[in-house]
Ligand binder design. Structure first.
Ligand SMILES: Nc1nc2c([nH]c(=O)n2[C@@H]2O[C@H](COP(=O)(O)OP(=O)(O)OP(=O)(O)O)[C@@H](O)[C@H]2O)c(=O)[nH]1
Ligand SMILES: [Mg+2]
Length: 319
């Protein structure tokens, strides 16, 4: 049996939104690579306790507020690691390399310039996406749909799933091009709810596979630098999404929702149990509002997804 280690690590943000990374000494395992500060749990310690101790020992700060970000199981040749990654929202003290290691505050978009251990791939993906995932909803026609999208972007949407099941492939592609112009201009990411091969015709940020489509693929259908979003409703689909190397997942229905009347919601407790071992950011979907973001994150989710508040009814005159 390979050795197993349980590690708590921290994504620490300062008031500018920069993130702290540290360089592992050349002489240790994974030496020379950058990492998120943290370390192994001592016996009888919870991950949260280990986080507080390690951050004090390694970078001299005292954590005052943190919530789980993602848990990653990863197999290295010599050992298996469970990385319990937390987001640290506030702390006391000034961070410095207390063990002599280099530390650096980095803009989230610059993290890709640094080399991290292999297991960190999912952490970097989780940091690059927001806590609210907007799914486009109903509109009378294309003009109104684009107006609603513009409003959602103006209201701060950063990740948008284009879902318009009524359009055929050509209509969808033509509208997606207009949507991409709008999302690119506002710095948001556009994910297309369509078959994966559409990315060959438009340079959107990723593809969302419905749970039905998800079952038809046996390997990841899009390149690694694009976002693969998957819809899941149960454990088997979560496993399938992980096998396809999904970058984000929507898990639904967490609460009762008007769009799927009569479908039994799983509830928050089941949501938590299902995502505990999922090494991919998971958004709660189904009856969600912005007020649920905190709850979802507190349970280890990435945030919430929905049509909801971002896709308000607007009249054609724009009022
Ligand atoms: N802290 C941290 N560990 C990581 C990251 N990514 C990653 O794969 N790991 C793995 O988790 C292990 C954590 O070990 P560590 O060296 O930080 O443990 P530690 O602070 O308790 O050090 P010690 O063994 O000297 O007491 C590393 O060997 C590495 O394999 C990361 O971003 N941060
Ligand atoms: Mg450490």
């Amino acid at each position: 049996m390979p050795k197993f280690i349980h590690v708590a690590a921290a994504v620490i943000c300062n008031e500018n939104g920069d993130i702290l990374i540290a360089r592992r000494p050349a002489t240790v395992d994974q030496g020379g690579l950058w990492e998120f500060p943290g370390g192994k749990l001592a016996p009888y310690e919870t991950a949260r306790q280990a986080l507080a101790r390690e951050l004090n020992e390694e970078i001299g700060i005292q954590v005052t507020s943190a919530s789980p970000l993602i848990a990653i199981n990863h197999q290295y040749p010599e050992y298996n690691v469970l990385l319990d990654v937390w987001r640290v929202h506030s702390f006391d003290g000034e961070a410095y390399g207390r063990e002599g290691q280099a530390v650096r505050w980095v803009k989230p978009e610059d993290l890709k310039k640094y080399s991290f251990p292999e297991a960190n791939h999912s952490i970097l993906k989780a940091i690059s996406i927001p806590d609210y995932y907007v799914i486009t909803g109903a509109a009378e026609n294309e003009e109104e749909w684009l107006l609603k999208l513009t409003r959602a972007l103006n209201a701060g949407a950063e990740l948008v799933q284009m879902r318009v099941p009524s359009l055929d492939k050509n209509e969808f592609l033509s509208r997606a091009k207009k949507a991409l112009a709008l999302t690119s201009e506002s710095g948001a990411k556009l994910i297309l709810n369509s078959a994966a091969d559409l990315l060959g015709q438009i340079d959107a940020d990723g593809i969302h596979l419905s749970s039905e489509r998800l079952s038809h693929y046996s390997q990841r259908p899009i390149p690694r630098d694009k976002l693969l979003s998957c819809a899941c409703h149960n454990l088997a689909q979560l496993e399938q999404a992980i096998a396809l190397q999904a970058d984000l997942i929507t898990l639904s229905p967490v609460q009762a929702t008007d769009s799927h009347p009569g479908v039994e919601p799983m509830g928050w407790q089941r949501f938590k149990e299902l995502i505990e071992q999922v090494p991919v950011p998971v958004y709660a979907l189904g009856g969600m509002g912005r007020e649920d973001i905190r709850k979802a994150k507190g349970l280890g989710g990435q945030g919430v997804a929905g049509i909801g508040a971002f896709w308000q009814q607007v009249s054609r005159s724009g009022k």
